[in-house]
Design a protein around this ligand. Structure first.
Ligand code: MLT
Length: 200
């Protein structure tokens, strides 16, 4: 019995990396399956539902206010999620996945890269912000990271997104950071950039 409610779709093209899909606040395990199929056709898709309920809506970790995180919970939940896919990878026979996270899902993916780098082969972080005020000393050499931010995002200050990109590349990740003339929601350009990045 795996420890998160989740959806799983097996690969139809084994040359494609498995995707770990991580929804935003108020989403669930169904939200990003369509996106996953579009950006990396044939990939196995593993999509868990966040365990935290904030006024009844799911998330991946607790926050004290919008953009103010309970960092102890961020650490606990990032480890719990990394443990889940270690189990899921065994159960389903999967290689290390690329995380694709939106908003709260991107933030937990960034935390996992920092705390459990062995769990992920890389990550696409859509509208992510700095998840931990002190970045752990971690070696991200060989991990590819695409970050796509919105210049007009009302939730994420531009400086904060840049700080996350800088911190991941200082740790050795191969970071591509794109800043779009967009807000917090995803746009057609996000999809195009994702398709290109997965095609490389
Ligand atoms: C978070 O709580 O992770 C961020 O504020 C983004 C979101 O609204 O989910």
């Amino acid at each position: 019995e795996l420890s998160f409610i989740h959806r799983y779709e097996p690969a139809t093209d084994r040359s494609r990396p498995p995707l770990l899909l991580l929804h935003g606040t108020g989403g669930d395990e169904n939200d990003l399956l369509g996106l996953g199929r579009m950006i990396s056709p044939g990939s196995a898709l593993l999509s868990p539902r966040g365990k935290i309920l904030e006024n009844g809506i799911p998330r991946f970790f607790r926050r004290l206010a919008e953009g103010v995180f309970d960092e102890e919970d961020v650490r606990f939940r990032a480890n719990e999620l990394a443990d889940f896919f270690t189990e899921a990878r065994k159960a389903y026979g999967l290689a290390a996945p690329i995380a694709v996270g939106f908003s709260n899902g991107a933030n937990i993916a960034a935390a996992m890269l920092m705390l459990r780098p062995e769990a992920l082969a890389g990550a696409a972080l859509l509208r992510a912000m700095v998840p931990l005020s002190q970045a752990p000393d971690v070696d991200l050499a060989g991990k590819r990271v695409l970050m796509i931010s919105g210049a007009m995002d009302p939730i994420i200050p531009a400086e904060n997104a840049k700080r996350l990109a800088a911190s991941l590349s200082t740790s050795g990740a191969e970071v591509q950071h794109e800043i779009l003339p967009a807000g917090h929601n995803l746009s057609q350009t996000d999809l195009q950039l994702l398709v290109q990045w997965f095609g490389r």
